[in-house]
Ligand binder design. Structure first.
Ligand SMILES: Nc1ncnc2c1ncn2[C@@H]1O[C@H](COP(=O)(O)OP(=O)(O)OP(=O)(O)O)[C@@H](O)[C@H]1O
Length: 242
């Protein structure tokens, strides 16, 4: 095993993965610098989710290496990977899953409560994020009383509340109305930049790519290009080879 370059917080080499025999990743390598916002784009089924799940330790790739700082993630025992995910990573899915018995602020505060923070501190941190995401007025509502777009904001607040080192977001704006998308994306990227949170963001949304520092493009499980924001605006027309 070769250790990753010092300036990459996250580093993957030659990842291969298949689901029930059908290939999802075929030799993807990439590095993500600390504080960088990296967009992963590609058509449906191109392997974006599988890549994020491998990078975040949810999935162990069939072949290849994943490193977080100087720690090998792909060789970690399951409990240690679980701890890494809980303590250092945040995750936002396109379909927000909240705990139905908890109200909005408790859902957002959950990572801090699970780590043993006091209710008062956890609530204060959760409320700060809920206000920034324009959902503070729903703090006492349960998930069933919220719109899908409001539930997604709660899931975003929950992912940010404990200031993770790396935030993985898998099509985070998918359940939002177009009018909401821009505001939520800008809140997310501004928060990440101000807190030096590294972000890896899978997306089909061109606006995401323009807010990112860099975009990598997947086609059929292979990495076919890297774009800077100015280029990303016209990415649909691009076909780059690495
Ligand atoms: N659990 C699974 N079982 C079987 N095949 C899967 C599974 N998850 C993904 N796949 C397949 O692996 C390939 C890559 O899927 P993946 O979800 O990583 O792509 P994606 O780019 O995130 O797609 P989408 O934008 O639709 O979420 C696809 O062909 C998909 O059908």
């Amino acid at each position: 095993m070769v250790a990753p370059p010092d300036n990459d917080v996250l580093w993957a080499r030659s990842l291969h993965h298949s689901h029930n025999g059908s290939p999802a990743l075929s030799g993807v390598s990439l590095g993500v610098r600390e504080g960088e916002i990296l967009a992963v784009s590609g058509a449906r089924g191109s392997g974006k989710t599988t890549l994020l799940r491998c990078l975040s330790g949810q999935l162990v790739p069939k072949e290849g290496e994943v490193w977080f700082n100087s720690t090998a993630v792909h060789t970690m025992p399951p409990m240690q990977r679980e701890r890494l995910r809980r303590d250092r990573f945040g995750w936002i899915d396109s379909d927000p899953v909240l705990v139905p018995e908890l109200n909005t602020w408790e859902n957002a505060a959950l990572p801090m409560l699970l780590r043993g923070s006091s209710r008062r501190a956890a609530k204060a941190a959760a409320m700060e994020w809920l206000e920034r995401l324009d959902i503070g007025m729903c703090a006492r509502k349960r998930p069933h009383a919220l719109l899908q777009s409001q539930r997604q904001r709660v899931a975003i607040a929950r992912a940010l509340v404990s200031t993770p080192s790396v935030l993985f977001a898998d099509e985070p704006t998918a359940p939002l109305y177009a009018a909401d998308r821009s505001q939520v994306l800008r809140t997310l990227t501004t928060a990440a930049r101000s807190h030096r949170i590294t972000v890896v963001l899978a997306t089909l949304d061109d606006e995401v790519a323009t807010l990112a520092d860099r975009t990598v493009v997947l086609v059929d499980g292979r990495r076919v290009g890297a774009l800077r924001p100015a280029e990303a605006e016209g990415q649909a027309a691009c076909s780059l080879s690495v």
